[in-house]
Design a protein around this ligand. Structure first.
Ligand code: GTP
Ligand code: MG
Length: 366
């Protein structure tokens, strides 16, 4: 092995061999060549993620979302650091939720509307909440391949639903992903959900504007729509108003408007209306967006827009606290030990549930 020397490095200009503050360590060329072929992914620091997202680097956006979606404790810590740093750069988008029965045309509408928005220099993120996706592998995962044109658009970013297990876990990750997308520079966020369980209520709690995509039913126009969902909507769009279907769509629209006239509005100061559109012919789609813009202007002026966002942030805090407390409780060793027996006692009717709960909570609370 060649000995180390403080000598003139090969890149230095000619001159005397003194005064160089460098070691030259001889190596073999082969060894150098081999180490270079081994590509290691350097573990990124919080600041790398933050700078990448703020610089509009799509790869870094994807990696940041992957970090957020991770359940590993070490990742959670970095993710929270990243989110805190990104927070001042969030909030400047309009957040739109879309729901509707399977086959209503959500994906087709988002693809068409999304392309139209991106062509107008909007920067769009499409996210999904699908609590069933860990079981069924998710229709929205398939959507990424279905929304082919949109996913190729340089202004669009599409992310399938995270596999969080329960709705709470999926929602937390999506909420954080939404913030990262805003920091990245997206000014429109579309959040899609299939109407599974409580997912509409969850999405409603995360968006400014909530749209229900409906279709004309056979006779009963409200068929297949969960009643409660109508009350959450800021707009109902009767889709597939094309071809032979126009007349039926018109009837569905009239019926929905009649129902809406009896309901309290989902957003104070805003009148929820039913309109028609066709994702296939793209007719009525710009009008849908006009409604969103109207909504933003009106609720912005009245202060309702800001009020809802503030309320949503506090609700999120409360949800996280509830989740955290539950976690602390059920992971407590004493609770774990006692719970099995207490459950059996309650099951057999030996102890009333309320009393058992009170006792266990008191035990845990010291
Ligand atoms: N005629 C007509 N067909 C449409 C329209 N929009 C969607 N479709 C068709 O309806 C079917 C379902 O559309 P999707 O966009 O996949 O519906 P979806 O609501 O995303 O469905 P899920 O993801 O299963 O919940 C597809 O075959 C579409 O081509 C429309 O405006 N007019
Ligand atoms: Mg779909």
């Amino acid at each position: 092995m060649a000995k180390e020397s403080t000598s003139r490095p090969e890149w230095a200009e000619g001159g005397p061999d003194q005064g160089f503050n460098s070691f030259v360590r001889a190596g073999t060329e082969m060894a150098t060549a081999r180490t270079r072929t081994v590509k290691r992914r350097r573990a990124l620091k919080a600041d790398d993620y933050v700078q990448g997202v703020l610089a509009g680097d799509r790869t870094m956006l994807g990696r940041t979302i992957t970090l957020i979606e991770s359940n590993a404790a070490a990742h959670r810590e970095v993710a929270q650091e990243v989110l805190s740093a990104l927070l001042p750069h969030t909030g400047k988008s309009i957040r739109v939720g879309i729901t509707g029965v399977p086959g209503a045309g959500k994906s087709t509408t988002i693809e068409a509307l999304g392309k139209w928005l991106c062509d107008q220099e909007h920067r769009l993120a499409v996210l999904a909440i699908d609590p069933s996706s860990s079981v069924t592998k998710g229709s929205i995962l398939g959507d990424k391949t279905r929304m082919v044109e949109l996913s190729r658009h340089p202004n669009a970013f599409i992310r399938p639903s995270p596999n969080g297990g329960n709705l709470g876990g999926v929602a937390r990750k999506t909420r954080e992903t939404l913030l990262v997308c805003e920091a990245f520079g997206c000014d429109v966020i579309i959040l899609e959900t299939v109407g599974v369980g409580q997912s509409e209520v969850t999405v409603r709690s995360m968006v400014d504007f909530f749209m229900l995509l409906s279709i004309a039913g056979a006779g009963d126009e409200l068929q297949g729509i969960k009643k409660g969902v109508i009350e959450l909507a800021d707009l109902i769009a009767v889709n597939k108003a094309d071809g032979d279907n126009v007349q039926r769509a018109r009837m569905a629209k009239a019926e929905l408007n009649r129902v809406l006239s009896f309901l309290a509005p989902a957003t104070q100061g805003w009148k929820t209306k039913a309109v028609m559109c066709s994702a296939l012919t793209k007719e009525g789609l710009p009008e849908l967006w006009e409604k969103v813009e109207d909504f933003r202007r009106q609720t912005g002026e009245s202060g309702e827009f800001q009020r809802r966002r503030e309320k949503q942030r506090v609700e999120w805090l409360d949800a996280l606290l509830t989740e955290g407390l539950q976690d602390l409780f059920f992971r407590d060793p004493t609770v774990k030990e006692r719970l099995v027996g207490i459950r059996q006692q309650v099951a057999k009717g030996e102890v009333p549930a309320a009393q058992a709960a009170e006792n266990l909570l008191a035990l845990w609370n010291g």
